[in-house]
Design a protein. Structure first.
Length: 256
């Protein structure tokens, strides 16, 4: 595992974007697994800049997002701050700024009428695309990757998951509060790739920022591998893993 510490969020984001951009240049039809949350916004903005200023070409790239809240989907008639779907987040923060083909950019469909069946189809879509070349990951305050909450099996695949209170609280503070949506009204379930789905990617790129993540990333990278912190699964990942942290997030690591 490669662990890289950068001075700040902006440097972390630039390096993460350059890892993704290198792959896109080397393999123009690569399959990228993408993530939502506050952490990847800088990475997506840098990728958009590389597209605009340096012609980074996404026309043959396929993407699959890790997760989406169950019960909502993108609604372009709403202002961005009122539409909390991850599909809308991806549209605004990345997809509309690059030349990816709409049909190639996949976010789990939160309004699926038969979510369990849909989850199986999502797995098949990833497999049919040739599997994920690179999966971008953040880490949740409870140690989750995707929405694989504490206790999720390392054998888990794309499925509907109940969010735990920590995830609801974190996402309320980061996103829902601004939209005036109460915690009671927030979605409590999500469709998420499973830990096994993520671990089948050919490479993993984790980005971690801020002092608020220092304890959990220390446990995930240096503590026991446990389903109570699903991000700890990356310690037993067999292929290429890069973790990029900013200084505050790295401040509790002991083995640097
Ligand atoms: P964040 O979320 O980037 O908003 O901290 C990370 C995650 O939940 O994976």
């Amino acid at each position: 595992m490669k662990i890289i510490v950068k001075d700040n969020y902006s440097e972390m984001s630039k390096l993460a974007a350059s890892v993704i951009a290198d792959l896109v240049r080397k393999k123009p039809d690569c399959v990228l697994g993408l993530a939502t949350g506050a952490t990847p916004i800088g990475t997506y903005h840098e990728l958009a800049r590389l597209h605009k200023e340096e012609g980074l070409d996404f026309s043959a790239v396929t993407t699959f997002n890790l997760d989406e809240y169950l019960g909502i989907s993108m609604d372009l008639t709403l202002p961005y701050e009122m539409d909390q779907s991850y599909a809308r987040f991806m549209h605004e923060e990345l997809f509309k700024k690059i030349n990816i083909k709409k049909k190639n950019a996949h976010v789990p469909y939160g309004l699926a009428t038969d979510p369990d069946k849909y989850c199986k189809e999502y797995e098949k879509m990833i497999a049919d695309a040739g599997g994920l070349d690179l999966q971008l990951l953040g880490i949740g305050g409870d140690g989750h990757i995707g929405f694989n909450e504490p206790g999720s099996s390392f054998d888990s695949r794309t499925r509907v998951e109940h969010l735990n209170q920590k995830s609801i609280d974190d996402n309320y503070e980061a996103f829902y509060k601004k939209a005036g949506v109460s915690k009671e009204e927030m979605p409590k379930k999500a469709i998420t790739m499973g830990v096994a789905t993520i671990m089948e990617a050919k490479s993993l790129l984790m980005i971690v920022s801020g002092i608020g993540k220092a304890d959990i990333i220390q446990k995930a990278l240096e503590g026991p591998v446990t389903t109570q912190i699903t991000a700890s699964a990356i310690q037993i990942f067999k292929r290429d893993v890069t973790v990029i942290l900013d200084k505050p997030a790295a401040s509790k690591l002991k083995k640097l």
